[in-house]
Design a protein around this ligand. Sequence first.
Ligand code: AMP
Length: 282
Amino acid sequence: MKRVSTVAALRRELGKLRKNGKTVGLVPTMGALHEGHLTLVRKARAKCDVVVVSVFVNPLQFGPNEDFASYPRRLARDAALLKGCGVDLLFAPTAETFYEPDHQTMIVSPKVQSMYCGQYRPGHFSGALTVVAKLFFAAQPDFAFFGKKDWQQAWLIEKMTRDLNWPIRIVKVPTVRGKDGLALSSRNEYLSEAERAGAPAIRAALVALEKSFRAGERRVALLKRNAERTIEKAGGKIQYLEIASCRTLMPLKALDEEAVVLVAAFFGKTRLIDNIELKNRR
Ligand code: AMP
């Protein structure tokens, strides 16, 4: 595995590897890798000839009161894990080399970027889309891999790619969870023991909601209220819980198309997100 830290070096190395029509897969991450990330990497390894993983804690997607400074950084360990997965290229730039000192240009997706997570994290999705766009242009992958854990993010990236006609296939990978159902996240390590014990209620609430939906319940308000109660009983504080259209991501009043339940909840100071898809099976 080669490790590069500038776009020029990434392009140079990829130029050598891309010969003879080889396909390139890109897995963007912020590092502190866990099984969720590594599952994306293995999917990329299985599907593509050349696998590039980026590790970059992107300052543009953190708000002023968020955890940019304290976000876990462990590049040596990440590199060893990625090498073990058979990754060809690790792209780990610094903010100083990746962004122009007076970086200004941003990707915006005005409608959906300020909903759900975006309502509470102003600028977050614009920052995430901008870094992904930069990574796409730097690596020019054929496939790019994203986790469904960040459902809204994956939706926005897919939309950006389609809207701008970029020839990149977005592969969305199901969420990897702990045994108790909690979605793996680098932020889980912020949880105290008691908070960690309560947090799987998020998954339990979503699974119960989906079960109730499958049993025929279609009252959106009732489905939401029951799920909120489950999370609150376990000590969680709901930031939002919404049922949205998979197609448009707009909130649904009636469950007459494929939907996704999106939730963010605080356990202590730690904000956790999760989701579950609701599919009408006939
Ligand atoms: P991050 O490092 O948090 O920016 O995540 C990098 C990529 O890994 C994103 O596409 C995430 O959606 C994905 N990811 C993070 N956690 C998980 C998980 N538990 N299961 C599947 N994908 C994940």
